[in-house]
Design a protein around this ligand. Sequence first.
Ligand code: SF4
Length: 378
Amino acid sequence: MPRVRRNVSADFRQPTSEAQLAAMRADVRARCEDRPGVYRMTSPDGEIVYVGKSKRVRTRLLSYFRCAPGEKGARIVREATNIEWEYTPSEFAALLAELRLIKKLRPRFNVAMKRDARHFAFIKVTRGPANKLLVVRGAGDESADFYYGPYHGAQRVNEAVRELNDALGLRDCGSDRKMHFADQAELFQLSPRTPGCIRYEIRKCLGPCVAACTLDEYAGRVRMARAFLEGVDDSPLDGLRREMLASSERMEFERAASLRDKLSRLETLREQFIRFRFAVETLSFLYEVPGHAGDDRVYLIRRGRVRAERPAPKSAADRSDLRALADDVFSGVEYEGAGVPSHEIDELLLLSSWFRRFPAELERTETHKLARRQRRSA
Ligand code: SF4
């Protein structure tokens, strides 16, 4: 976390009134400096209702008091009776601090206004004995092991995931459905078998709910789906290609055309993921950010997430410490898969949007030799 200096306004106990608003504004005017930082607004009962950031905190806070009634800013400040702010070394540090505070405190107004990740579709791999692939908007809930994405076009991604589920026999039923694997059958005395659903009958699902496959068999198909999304296993495409050729040889042209469309949807999905993965790997470097009053920082960013932060080195000893830290941060394989853990998605999106908005900032970055190697192999 960035080093911060904290100021706390007077602690008002009564609900917001015009007089209190005036007092809060006077307090900001008197004490707040115009420099980067984060702020939080607290209601009379101590609830943090909103967290924000700005590269000029004083200007930003005063703007709330000029909002017309009904505007978002007016609604927020009228719920608050207390404003706290903390200075950060730079706007970049303020962005990171804001994100981390929102994740930790989940203020009501931030949650209601959160939009970023919801622009994108993600493929979520659920936890549990028979994992499912689900398409969701936004990411960040902790009920998944990994997310794949972000992808554009939720509907196309949905169709492609349906094809992938069908091709590999993965389930798509509700999370409350009980699973009975073949190697657990004796526990549940499933004889004769209880019916699965139509997908099992038409061989689109392995039937983990009706003891038609073992836990290992099903887990193997999930691994295959993940390997496909990561671009290292083509078997789902090969199977469809074989079926398409066979249909066309049997002159079943309608079926062959439908299989061709399925193939194309799956190929598009996988290409999108490979492009995304490459983009993530390119977000691996040391990033030096000039700070307020010389408080310059170096961020060690690997795969789109800040792994460490240090004051910019000022001596040979500092530089040597930083090199040792970088060797540590950039060495080793991080995850088995190329997906992104759910708790890291928001930071990844924040960093990629930062460097998209300010491409000149990339000139302040330096790629570590290990990151360069990992990027080449992505
Ligand atoms: S066969 Fe069973 S596990 Fe598969 S989708 Fe149908 S209900 Fe779910």
